[in-house]
Write a protein that binds this ligand. Structure first.
Ligand code: NAP
Ligand code: COA
Length: 272
């Protein structure tokens, strides 16, 4: 299928864009002709992704290594990118951490590490990019998760953090809308071959349960999420802001609870 989207002469930043879903998103913007920059903690992963973005057709590709929990480092890196390219037209924020653990099976630091990466990290990225957004016209997309709306056993940290991420989306829609900045969240369903699903569906039995629990009867791909990002970042979505959009084959309508039940049995078995 030929892409209807053209992002030539656009500057795109993907935070957490060096693996999995977000890397797929970054590569799709590269295919659409954008200049694309990525950020994550590992310099090696950043370098590898910069090469891949070039191969996928990016007009230019850059990146820097930083932890979203360090606001000053994130600010400096984004300011430096802005110095080279100018204002950002599209920002995708999706750095995240997850591990399955019951609330009684994680320390305060374990809970904090996920909340700091997902929620505080999103806040840090939003604050850092704001001065450098195209106004009017910028589109921000926060990558959320089903746990933001559906409680799941073994996910108290992620549920809390991602619910907060969606509230940042909705609040900044109010605060920044008058300047012509749109901001939305995407809630991916279960996406195959990702770190996230390796952690949540750690064996073939749970994987098959997950597939059967999706109304469209398949796991998603990074391309499914990338297509939604391209749409949301394009003029076709020019009146969409403050939306929290599941891109999940219908999973949020009920099937997602299956993972919680399966995780509960794994975590409770390991307790006894
Ligand atoms: P992933 O491959 O582990 O990607 C996470 C990315 O974030 C990596 O680039 C990682 O690179 C970066 N990162 C992690 N901690 C960071 C930090 N403290 N500072 C900066 N960068 C950091 O995960 P994924 O499964 O594709 O998930 C991607 C996004 O989709 C996440 O927001 C996740 O919550 C969401 N999601 C995933 C699924 C799924 O099925 N996988 C479903 C729903 C939602 P470094 O290690 O180099 O830092
Ligand atoms: N069960 C219980 N606690 C756990 C745990 C688990 N499976 N895994 C980590 N923790 C705890 C650690 O014990 C530590 O707490 P402590 O200091 O009280 O012992 C705390 O979490 C932080 O761990 P640490 O490894 O120091 O954190 P980090 O900042 O280096 O890494 C994580 C953050 C834990 C989220 C790590 O898994 C990560 O980097 N994930 C990124 C990739 C990812 O999760 N992808 C999926 C995205 S959906």
């Amino acid at each position: 299928m030929t892409s209807p989207f053209n992002f030539q002469n656009k500057n795109v930043l993907v935070v957490g864009g060096t693996s999995g879903i977000n890397r797929g998103v970054a590569e799709s913007f590269a295919k659409s002709g954008a200049r694309v920059a990525v950020v994550s903690r590992s310099q090696e992963k950043v370098d590898d992704t910069i090469d891949s973005l070039k191969k996928h057709g990016a007009a230019d590709s850059k990146g820097f290594a930083a932890d979203v929990r360090e606001p000053d480092v994130i600010k400096q890196g984004i300011e430096a990118l802005h110095g080279e390219w100018g204002d950002f037209d599209v920002v995708i924020s999706g750095a995240a951490g997850n591990f399955p653990a019951l609330a009684t099976g994680m320390s305060a630091n374990g809970f904090r590490s996920v909340v700091e990466i997902d929620l505080l990290g999103t806040f840090n990225v939003m604050q850092a990019v704001y001065p450098f957004l195209t106004k009017p016209g910028a589109s921000i997309i926060n990558i959320s998760a089903p746990q933001a709306i559906i409680p799941m056993v073994g996910q108290s940290h992620v549920c809390s953090a991602k619910a907060g991420v969606d509230m940042i989306t909705r609040t900044l829609c109010l605060e920044w809308g008058a300047e012509g900045i749109r901001i939305n969240s995407i809630i991916p369903g279960p996406i195959d071959n990702t770190e996230g699903m390796k952690r949540l569906a750690p064996n073939e039995k749970i994987r098959n349960l997950v597939i059967k629990s999706v109304p469209l009867q398949r796991m998603g791909t990074a391309d499914d999420i990338a297509d939604a990002c391209l749409f949301l970042a394009s003029d076709f979505a020019k009146y969409i802001s403050g939306a929290v959009i599941p891109v999940d084959g219908g999973w949020a309508q009920g099937g997602v609870a299956v993972v919680g039940a399966a995780l509960a049995s794994v975590l409770n078995d390991s307790k006894s």
